[in-house]
Write a protein that binds this ligand. Structure first.
Ligand SMILES: [Zn+2]
Ligand SMILES: [Zn+2]
Length: 167
């Protein structure tokens, strides 16, 4: 959606709310398509002392296969968005990935919010942020409980044990 900002661009402390849905079901991430459900985007663009800030949240349910424990999962995520919209970049060095250049007075909300969504995604798809993964020895899913594998002995302790035994 294109949002014209002429109403607030010259008016300090004014704001323009937005509420849209993004369709990112074709977005491939790590070999799968985790955004099968619409992404609800809600927030406002406000003129704060002459700077246009876009603030809001992005909410959806991710569907995927966990990179750590290989379980299929559905997980609701809610990402914050804080972007700066600018009509001109005074200094290229100051621009970061959260700064967007406007075409005249128009913000391309789909593009801005899609970028914000991708920037918020973790580099791995996990069923939950603290997924314990699988035991590298027996393959048990450690989210379901500990396995019977003993922890690896510290090789230094093994050497010490050997030295002491030889005496
Ligand atoms: Zn997992
Ligand atoms: Zn194990």
């Amino acid at each position: 959606m294109l949002l014209r900002l002429s109403k607030i661009i010259e008016v300090p402390d004014s704001a323009l709310p937005f509420e849209i849905q993004l369709d990112l079901h074709e977005m491939q991430f790590g070999g799968c398509f985790p955004v099968q459900e619409p992404v609800a985007a809600k927030g406002e663009i406000k003129n704060t002392a002459g700077v246009l800030l876009l603030e809001g949240t992005l909410t959806t349910v991710l569907h995927g296969v966990c990179d750590r424990c290989a379980a299929e999962f559905e997980r609701e995520v809610s990402y914050p968005v804080h972007c700066v919209l600018t009509t001109e970049l005074e200094n290229e060095d100051e621009a970061d990935e959260w700064t967007f250049l406007l075409q005249d007075d128009t913000a391309d909300l789909d593009e801005i919010l899609t970028t914000a969504f991708v920037l918020n995604m973790d580099s791995k798809l996990l069923c939950k942020p603290d997924c314990k993964g699988l035991c590298f020895r027996c393959g048990k899913n450690l989210n379901e409980g500990d396995c019977d594998c003993r922890p690896e002995t510290d090789p230094r302790l093994a050497v010490l044990g050997q030295l002491l035994k030889d005496k």
